[in-house]
Design a protein around this ligand. Structure first.
Ligand code: NAD
Length: 303
């Protein structure tokens, strides 16, 4: 399989308006790539597109139509997409039972469905061209359980599973699949975790961007940031559970649950809460017909 040369390559990045996605866009643009930034915050995306002499526009990764429109606009502005970076993601933090269904659903929709939709939308043309690279931004939380991030971990474990499976299912397609697993990164997503995250290996968005650049240039498959965390997940798989549990207690693995500074996190929490879609309610006429059907079948049973 031949790798993608970044110089002149067309790279689309989801959630590239700020944080890790924006750092990736800047790094790859500096390496000569033509970058396209999609974000639900359209203004930030457009600004990034202008700053980097590429393309920037609205994208909600939960919406197939929006995804296809963004990719089409990218191709029109820059040419066929060589690399897709599925980066958009959110992370509510706290007690599992206190998390609203809306917050859980939104994470699943953005962090998992968004990545699935992105892969489905871009892969057919990559298969036709016999080349392409898809990079999914997972997390160390996709390998290691973190109390206080149960649903977030579930979504990142899903991204790990999806990436590993696609890599095998499409191994002869010419598409390279990479998953990037950062530990804590200093973006708004991690705000309010200064105390809770003490001692946790921490990277900058630029560190992650460099790792993504390496992944493209060197065709890497599984990339942890920092790199030295690579063996951790493998060790976890062969270490007896009671040893792991003891280690967890010693290291204080409940700190996200118990020590997150929710006040310092308020701005971020508000931003991601605004992404929740209204839960559909049964309309009055639908409710009536449901009632009718139920009472009819009850009458039948009685006969
Ligand atoms: P961030 O909040 O700084 O940036 C995320 C961007 O995604 C924002 O610009 C936001 O507007 C955009 N976005 C959110 N929902 C979207 C949607 N539906 N469609 C399109 N865009 C959307 O967060 P970040 O720290 O840069 O996170 C980027 C990725 O890295 C996420 O997948 C996250 O899970 C992962 N990650 C982050 C950390 C960390 O500690 N920051 C660690 C490991 C993995």
């Amino acid at each position: 399989m031949t790798g993608i040369r970044l110089d002149g390559a067309v790279v689309a990045i989801t959630g590239g308006g700020r944080g890790i996605g924006l750092a990736i866009a800047r790094e790859l643009s500096a390496a000569g790539a033509r970058v396209s930034v999609g974000d639900i915050d359209a203004e930030l995306a457009q600004q990034a597109g202008r700053d980097l002499n590429g393309y920037g526009g609205f994208l909600d990764v939960r919406d197939r139509g929006a995804f296809e429109a963004f990719l089409k606009a990218t191709e029109k502005a820059l040419g066929p997409i060589d690399v897709l970076i599925n980066n958009a993601g959110i992370m509510p933090a706290g007690d599992f039972l206190a998390e609203t269904d809306g917050a859980s659903d939104t994470q699943i929709d953005i962090n998992v469905r968004g990545v699935i939709l992105g892969c489905k939308a871009v892969m057919p043309s990559m298969i036709t061209r016999g080349r392409g690279h898809i990079i999914n931004i997972a997390s160390m939380a996709g390998r290691i359980a973190v109390p206080g991030l149960a649903v977030y971990c579930a979504t990142k474990y899903a991204v790990v599973g999806l990436t590993e499976t696609l890599r095998e299912e499409f191994r002869d397609s010419g598409i390279q699949f990479t998953m990037v697993m950062p530990s804590k990164v200093t973006t708004e997503l991690a705000s309010g975790t200064d105390e809770a995250g003490k001692g946790v290996p921490t990277a900058s968005p630029e560190d992650v961007a460099l790792a993504v650049r390496d992944a493209i240039e060197q065709q890497l498959t599984d990339v942890t940031v920092p790199r030295y965390l690579g063996p951790v997940s493998a060790l976890q798989g062969i270490t007896p559970r009671w040893v792991l549990r003891g280690l967890r207690r010693t290291l204080g693995d409940r700190r996200i649950l118990e020590q997150v500074d929710h006040q310092a996190r308020a701005g971020y929490t508000q931003r991601i809460a605004s992404l929740e879609k209204p839960v559909p309610t049964l309309k009055a006429d639908v409710k009536k017909s449901v009632k009718k059907t139920v009472s009819k079948s009850a009458a039948k049973k009685a006969v």
